[in-house]
Design a protein around this ligand. Structure first.
Ligand SMILES: [Zn+2]
Length: 421
């Protein structure tokens, strides 16, 4: 047994939220042994073995909960509004450094696990190598590497374009060889200049080949879908997570599709709506409006985003009512949404009707389930990795308290954030 395994830490707090949705444990405690959680419960129940050396952390008026799991990030993003087409022009070395900066920022804001939904070439794998060497701090990284796109499709500039079932299977094998933990597909176009956002990209046969090959390796597939037909195709193909998930027709109109909702729920497909990304831009413009007058274009943009966000929230609340599991994933640092603000995505789930506790579940254990990582992270329970947050206040009553980070433990180690608060 190594010395790390005999090292105990006992965290006591006013309350413990385990991330699974049950009521908080008042005067709770978490016992950590090495990098894992050994037990969770009330202060009386949780005791270290007799004779053990225990380091105690007492947080009398604070709340302890699992480290947050952001199921949708782009580590190489800058969040300064530039398009992906332009981001992809930067050299891999610069993008890898940006990824390291984002990794630190996101970790220090309370996110201890991320699923990266697409980067250029091998940049995120390089980040992982540096993290494993201890060069830079980072949330735990679940990576796809490059997303798989059709020729000219969304994110095709990152490096894998596949045509036909054979190439689709080959792309999955190549990514797995490079170290992919899951596979990201762009099932419609998106912001990519040469893509068609309202139309499906891959055929059902191609997407089925990708999902099947991915599952063969014991991994999961997530699909970017901004049209109803693409969601239906992803359901036919056996994809595990639908990203964005808007019900948009080919002509751009929105139409509720209870039949699709029913299939999403029945097949247990997770939906990551990326609710806050647009709202972040809205907030930036609203903040700007306080000190200077917005241009006509900016004012039009705020109005457009506001009604879009409202529509997404209504859509989300209908999906929930239909039994679909919604998981929090920020999509930072894509477009204007910088790293470090994942809590705003979690909060948006309260806006669509979740209780704060349900929203916490969407950003911890449910998010981990969507990443197929629930055996290791996403909840405070015996045997899980000891990724633990300490926050001021009580986020199960006021979701904004999720931002009031006091301390972060990752793998049982308390993180020194230096001047970063
Ligand atoms: Zn994304």
């Amino acid at each position: 047994m190594t010395s790390a395994n005999t090292e105990f830490k006992l965290i006591k707090a006013a309350r413990v939220i385990d991330g699974l949705g049950g009521p908080p444990i008042e005067r709770g405690a978490v016992l950590i042994q090495g990098d894992a959680i050994r037990s969770v419960g009330s202060e009386e129940e949780v005791v270290a073995p007799e004779g053990a050396t225990v380091e105690e952390f007492l947080y009398e008026d604070k709340t302890v909960l699992p480290g947050l799991v952001d199921c949708h990030v782009h580590m190489i993003g800058i969040g300064d509004g530039r398009r992906g087409d332009d981001l992809a022009l930067l050299p891999d070395e610069v993008l890898t450094l940006q990824a390291a900066k984002n990794a630190r920022t996101h970790l220090y804001s309370g996110v201890t696990t991320v699923r990266d939904c697409g980067a250029k070439n091998r940049t995120t794998f390089m980040l992982r190598q540096a993290v494993e060497m201890g060069i830079t701090p980072s949330p735990r990284l679940l990576l796809t590497g490059r997303p798989i796109a059709i020729i000219g499709g969304h994110l095709s500039y990152f490096g894998i374009e596949a045509t036909g079932e054979v190439e689709c299977r080959a792309a999955v094998r190549q990514l797995v060889k490079e170290g992919a933990d899951f596979i990201k597909i762009t099932a419609t176009g998106g912001s990519t200049r040469t893509s068609f956002p309202l139309r499906p990209s891959f055929t059902v046969e191609e997407m089925t080949a990708i999902a099947d090959e991915t599952h063969k390796f014991g991994k999961h597939a997530a699909a970017h879908c901004v049209s109803t037909q693409a969601i239906i195709n992803a359901l036919d193909a056996g994809v595990d997570t639908v990203i964005h998930g808007a019900y948009t027709e080919t002509d751009g109109s929105h139409k509720d599709r209870p039949d699709v909702t029913e299939r999403l729920a029945k097949q247990g497909v997770f939906v990551n709506l990326t609710l806050h990304q647009a709202r972040d831009k809205q907030w930036q413009l609203e903040a700007k409006a306080e000190s200077e007058e917005l241009t006509t274009e900016e004012q039009a943009e705020v109005d457009r985003i506001r009604s879009g966000v409202e529509q997404s929230l209504e859509h989300g609340s209908r999906l929930r009512a239909g039994g679909v599991t919604l998981v929090s994933g920020s999509d930072a640092a894509w477009a204007d949404y910088k790293m470090g603000g994942f809590q705003d995505e979690v909060q948006a789930h309260v806006e669509l009707g979740m209780t704060p506790m349900q929203a916490i579940v969407s950003g911890t254990s449910d998010s981990a389930r969507s990443c197929w990582a629930q055996e290791r992270v996403g909840s405070l329970s015996a045997g899980k990795l000891a990724d633990v947050l300490v926050v001021d206040g009580d986020p199960s009553r006021n979701i904004d308290d999720l931002k009031k980070i006091v301390d972060i433990f990752q793998g049982g180690q308390k993180i020194d954030r230096g001047d970063y608060v």
